[in-house]
Structure formats: structure tokens, C-alpha cells
Design a protein around this ligand. Sequence first.
Ligand SMILES: *Cc1c(COP(=O)(O)O)cnc(C)c1O
Length: 494
Amino acid sequence: MGRPLDQRLFAGGAADALRAAGDCLAVAARERTGPYSGASPDELAAIAAGIEPFPEEGIGVAAALTQLGRLAVRHGVDPGHPACAAHLHCQPLAAAVAAAGLVAATNQSLDSWDQAPLATHLEGRLVAGLAARAGLDPEVAGGVVTSGGTQSNLMGLAVARDAAAARSGRDVAADGLGPDAGRFRILCSELAHFSVARAAAVLGLGSRAVQPVPVDGQRRLRPDELDRALDRLEAAGQRPLALVATAGTTDFGSIDPLPALAGRARERGLWLHVDAAWGGGLLFSDRHRDLLAGIEAADSVAVDFHKLLWQPAGCGAFLVRDRALLGPLEVTVPYLNPDPPAGVPDGWRMPHLVGWSLATTRPFTALGPLLSFAAVGRRAMGALVDRTLELAAAAAAAIEGEPALRLAGRMTSPALGAVPFRYVPAPDEPGRSDRVNEAIRLRLLAAGQAVVGRTEVAGRVHLKLTLVDPTTSEADLAALVALVAATGAALDHD
Ligand SMILES: *Cc1c(COP(=O)(O)O)cnc(C)c1O
């Protein structure tokens, strides 16, 4: 036998390791000067090439953190920096980071009750509470914590597909897609998230089964165009089965008209999936909850806790109006969730979540939102959500105040914090505009000064600010917008 194992390698060392990680963060924070180091992909590839992934001998947690931990932080982007505003990429709440430490150290796994006893019930509370906020009946609704909107959208469309097939007597889970499936269609806004088309591809319907519907001037799905599309599909013998409404489009933050779409879904017998990956945070707002009016009519909903609501990546939720609809995902595994044997003592029927998720081993990420709401409170959390909408308005105003910058369409109705715009070169010729705007983004990134989004609107390269950090100030935004304008001027006249 070898030496007795040092218990500090495992859980016995977790508290010290977490403290050392905290020290590593503090050092990195002191060293930081901007939202990014400015290192190029080639420089980072060279740094990564110098890291031996499986070194023969270890050096201990503290030294590993000094070597590798600090490097990882130094060359990460800092989503908490006010000039980091490219994506739906938030800085986490302190409480959420504490939760992540506890989740990792205690490592409950939600695939069976005996690996996650209280965690199983607490995830259930989170999901039921979210369902209630969305106006679903929490006694009937079901749901599960997911890795995010992509997985939640996949689940929503899987359940929609299976429910539609079941109406014509087909059990897709058991028998696969039937001959009808080639006619299945999914409708959504032309600005819906790409994960909708991807879900259709994975589900065997094909991404071309997704029919994009035009949006109005406020970038919301047009119900009249939806009617036309549905009439056309039905006349062509296709079988529309689901309507995806987006509450928070990625480039514009626009919210589809949920009440009108709910009405269409009801009239036409369509499954209504609301992709509120971003907009779901509004469920907690006192001022703007009404922007989600109509969500209570959804058959399924996707909400991300890792956008608004400020959790570390990998934390979303999937809700379904009636948990019985999750039937096609159900599994019975003798070693996880066997049928309870006869004579189970009172109070010992174990609920298992394995049949509600596409994942098996699954972390207790639900602790993050629960601990965060416990620490911050629903009211203050809602106010943080509201603040991001104010910041979007402030950013738009700052952009309008710069003669060389132009917003990509002014949205008059309140929308979530996405502000696409471009630097307008002189002369404003498309190739030149695209080049200058690409160059602005790259120069700011390479200088480590700002991380600004890049997208395309009507085929033209645009910059974009995505405002999900409530700690940003109006002055920060004014400085960022001025920096973009000055960088554009310098590049345009190079
Ligand atoms: C972010 C987002 C997604 C994808 O969600 P992930 O959490 O990144 O998987 C889907 N839909 C919308 C509207 C989103 O904003």
C-alpha cells in the first residue's frame, strides 16, 4: 500500500482552495486596466501551446492558481467592465458565485433523489415559482433547470413535435418520425434565435421546416404576416405545429406581441413556445412586467438566469404548461428511479428529475438563482432588470448625440437593452461603412479598451451595445460611445 492519501486533495481542501481562488481574483482585479488584455488570437494560441494539459507532476492548488488561474483571468474578458457590452454576457452576482462554489464543493446531482435530496425539492421550488410568475398554474406546470435557452428551446420544440404527432396517433419517442413529419412546420419571427432552426434540425424536422415571419418597424413578429404564412402553409398541405414567440430578440431586444400570438396559436391549434431567454428577467420587474403580458398562454417557455438575473453561464429553465406533456421524455432506470417498491414507508416516495431533463448527471445550478434572490430580494432584482432598460435608452440617446453615429432604426416601444448602430463614414458607401465598422470593433478589442458587439442589419455591418450590466452608469456609456465615434473618425481618415 502507498502513503495514505492527503485528504486536502479533495473536499477537505475545498475551503482553502476557494479562498485561494478568491486571492487569485483579487490579484487579477488589481492588475486589470480594461475589459480585455488586448492579446490577439495568435498570441493566446502561443500561450495555450505552452500549457501542458496533463503534466506528469502536480504543484498544488495555490501554485496552479498562480500559474494558470491568473492567466485565465488576465486574458478573459471582464463582463463587469462598463466597456464590455457586446453580448448577452453578464457579470454574475456575488451571491451566485458563492452558490457556484457550494454547488461544486457539495456536488449534488439531480438525476436521482439520493444524489440530491434537498436539491431535488429546491429545484422544484424554483421552477414552480418561475411558472407562477409567468402565470402558469404551478400545480400543473412542469419544468426543469437547463444549461440555457438553446436546451430549453430544444425541449420546447421536442415536446411540441411529440404532442402534434400524438394527435395523429404516432408515438415519436418510441417509433420515430412518421411520414407526416416532412410536413411539420414551425413558425417564428425572422429575428428568432438560431437555436430554433437548430432544434428543428436536431429533431429530424430539418431547419427548413422553420418558417421565418417578417417583423414590423419595432422588430416584432407581424400577426398579419403570420396569418398569411399559415394560410399559405395550410393551402400547400403543410402542417404547422408550433409558433415560437421571442421575448427579447438578440440584436434589437424586441418582444413579439404575445397576446396576439397567443390568440393565433389558440385559433390555429399551434403549440406556443415563448423564447424568453433574455426577456424572462422582466417577470421580476414591477415596472415592466406588463411587457410579457400574454406569456401565461404559453405551452412552454424558455428563461435564462445567466443573462438578466446574473448567474454564471449554464443556468436556464424550461417550463411546460402541463407536466404530463413531458411524458415522451420519461425514462425508468432501475438504478436511478425505479418504481417505488410495495410498502414504502410514509413520506419516503422519492421524486426523481431524470425523466424531465435531457441531461443525466446534472449540477444543482438552481442554487444560484435561489441564493441570489435570497440575498438580493425580488424587488431589488426587478429594479436591476429595469435599470438595464434605462441604460439602453441612455445609450441610444448618447449615440443620437454623436453626428457620425446612426442608430439602426429607432424603437419607440420599450425594448430590452440591445442598441445596434454604425459609424457613418464620409462618403457613406456600403463597402466603406462595413470596413470602418469592422475596424472599429477590432481596434477597440486589440487595444483592450472596449468589447463592442458586431452584427448585421439589412446586410450592413453594424456595431451593437448589449446592456445587461446594471452597474454601468450613463457617464460610462457616454464615454464608450464617444470612444467609438473617435475611433471611427481616426480610422475613416487613415
Ligand atoms: C441567448 C438566447 C438563446 C440561447 O440561449 P443559451 O442560454 O445561450 O443557450 C436563445 N434565444 C434567445 C432569445 C436568447 O437570447
